[in-house]
Ligand binder design. Sequence first.
Ligand SMILES: Cc1cc2nc3c(=O)[nH]c(=O)nc-3n(C[C@H](O)[C@H](O)[C@H](O)COP(=O)(O)OP(=O)(O)OC[C@H]3O[C@@H](n4cnc5c(N)ncnc54)[C@H](O)[C@@H]3O)c2cc1C
Length: 806
Amino acid sequence: MRMKLFSRFSRKRSPNFSPSTFQKDNTNDSTSENSGHMISSWMETPVSKRPLRKKHLSRSYDENLMDDYLDKQLGNSPRKRFRTKKELEKETEKEAMIALSLGFPIDALLEEEIKAKVVSELDGKEQNDYIVVRNHILSRWRANVHAWLSKGEIKETVSNEFNHLLHSAYDFLLFNGYINFGVSPTFKPQMPEESTEGSVIIIGAGLAGLAAARQLLSFGFKVIVLEGRNRPGGRVYTQKMGQGHNGNYAAVDLGGSVITGIHANPLGVLARQLSIPLHKVRDKCPLYDPEGKPVGKETDSKVEFIFNRLLDKVTEFRQIMGESCGDISLGSVLEKLTKLYAVATSVEEKQLLDWHFANLEYANAGPLSDLSAAYWDQDDPYEMGGDHCFLAGGNWRLIEALCEGVPIFYEKIVKTIRYGENGVEVITSDQTFQGDIVLCTVPLGVLKKKMISFVPELPERKLEAIERLGFGLLNKVAMVFPYVFWGEDVDTFGCLNRNSENRGEFFLFYSYHTVSGGSVLVALVAGEAAKSFESTHPSTLLHRVLNVLKGIYGPKGIEVPNPIQSICTKWGNDPLSCGSYSHVRVHSSGSDYDILAENVANRLFFAGEATNRQHPATMHGAYLSGLREASCIYRVRQTINNNSNDDNNNNINNNNKQNNPKKSIRRIIGVSDTLVNLFKNPDFSFGNFLFVFDPSNEDDQSTGLMMVAIDNDDDDDDKVKVKVNNGQSQRAVKLYTMVTRVQARDLVAVVGGGERGLSYMSENLGLKLMGMDCFALVANSLISNIATRRSRVRNRVVFGNRVSYT
Ligand SMILES: Cc1cc2nc3c(=O)[nH]c(=O)nc-3n(C[C@H](O)[C@H](O)[C@H](O)COP(=O)(O)OP(=O)(O)OC[C@H]3O[C@@H](n4cnc5c(N)ncnc54)[C@H](O)[C@@H]3O)c2cc1C
């Protein structure tokens, strides 16, 4: 998670710096006179920077105010056609500014727009007109994110002569997830009733998976999400903790918590759609030394200045070093520079500088010694603007809303993904799912550990990128106290550690009392300390963190109560995460994020925070990656559809045909489909009764499946007709139940099946028949087990009949 609470974001390059100076001094010992001279000139360099942890007056942030603001800016009913030229110009300018704030260039097209061929000719009048229309649509959508913005509404405000541009811009923005995305309940009627675009199996119900699922459903795809846990959200996990006297729980985010930069942030849009208030994280962040004494203002400012200047120097260093800087760690450069300039020499200054380093390690989920000096901050230019915010009630509220209407199968840990020309197959421990496309959103840590086998293996360049990129750790101790003893006027405070090695242990505390519904403090553990944290007993950790708090508040005469409940996270040991979030490691670079995002053979797609070069390691980055991949999948399908239309017109484009799988709208095969497949090859049948058993268990009491095919012919409904294996009648109703081998044998003994068999079954054996959906639900794991066992056995003799399985 990128945090800009602190000074690294305000660094500025020193104008006095010259490469030769660095080279000369680089060889010097930091204690030399020469370096002493360097230090003073270095320290005196005027740096204009944003004030550190600046004070803010306003405490709460109402995202709905954004609606009002934009409404006012745009006017209530913008009927462009009837406005004066001057009014139009003014409005166009405002709309351009809004588009700019959303990441669109004022006078150019996005690369994606160029690729999508939104205009027939670049850089001409048509492009200019397109940009005006596009900005208008974007502004209209942002002015009211609660309602679906239709083409019809836009038409009312754009002259007819620009109709083609309106279509082009609207379709681009819609299908690339720039408008009409999110969770507004009013979007429901816009959802297509039928899925016509093929099937997508999404792995992972985190932000990326859920964002993609909703978009794909709205584009008309058939979607299912397979989630390994028994809950959605992945690394967004809001835990209910510490029931208070009033019976209420506190909602505590154990994973992603801060919305980092609210402007243009899609999560801000979700919050507005759900009318969830946001709380701005206030910049005030007092620091305490290891004895619990407040750090003096002067030292604080001085060391912060040093820290900023060191980062400036790193930037200059890499400009000189060029490519070779990719092999060097940020940690080693910072260490050398600190020595070279002989800064932060007193114990207190050193501890304070270590605190800033720990804060960097938090932002990057990794020790500085792992981070690439060249590219660790490659995403800085794309940082979301605006305040950092907490969401009232926890981020779970976003997850809950995103899940609505999305078919999610829980506790399905994916082991294997097969992909090929004819589609994809996703294998979990108890089931196999088939579809047209698979979107994998599992964390980078899971890919690194090869928890999923890809068949065929992923391309070498992707495997290398997975290996190169870093995936580090951040852990938390979440504590609910009986009351707020730390003061209501801060959202964060920091503590210095004695030794560099554990500088990241409880270095920063977040107070969630404003948003969680309880007196919640969360202590962060970053860098090397986050690793040893996971192997330490939670009671030891709690004891240590309470000692830190007692050290700070004891001398102030404030008693630190025991927490009502506490939780220590272990994101590294979590097999479905294997770490916290990604960073650019030594030897890696931003382009590895792009490689991770590449699809394979237009069948296997990837999303998730570690596939987002501009916004990695964040919640919004994960969400945006889901929208991005939904658009990619949509585009691929469109190409396929167009190609197949071309095929029909005998105009075959061979190149495209090779790259794109055939259009085959296949159903996702889940439990119901497995059931149908099983009965295509029953172990045995008699009359209208068909049986399937687990081939590896011959026990009389072992349970299998039974299907009865009953003719549903209205003309002849007084008779139950006998249907054989392949059930010729389309009108046969198929009913199912579970049956033991011995019960099955009993039924065989009832001559002929049919009505006699049915009444014997219910009266003598007490078996109840169910429809397919109900049965698939009830007998889910039995069906899957039998299917798995059968797939392992090629031939088997049951009840004297030889049945072969292929
Ligand atoms: C401690 C911590 C603090 C953070 N703080 C912030 C913050 O303050 N602000 C911020 O913006 N970001 C923060 N982040 C990062 C943010 O939470 C993530 O970037 C984001 O949630 C990732 O979403 P995702 O969809 O890419 O992955 P995930 O949320 O991890 O979703 C992937 C899903 O795949 C599932 N899965 C994994 N393997 C399998 C398998 N084999 N079969 C089936 N399912 C599988 C997982 O269970 C998971 O649900 C933090 C993260 C952590 C861990």
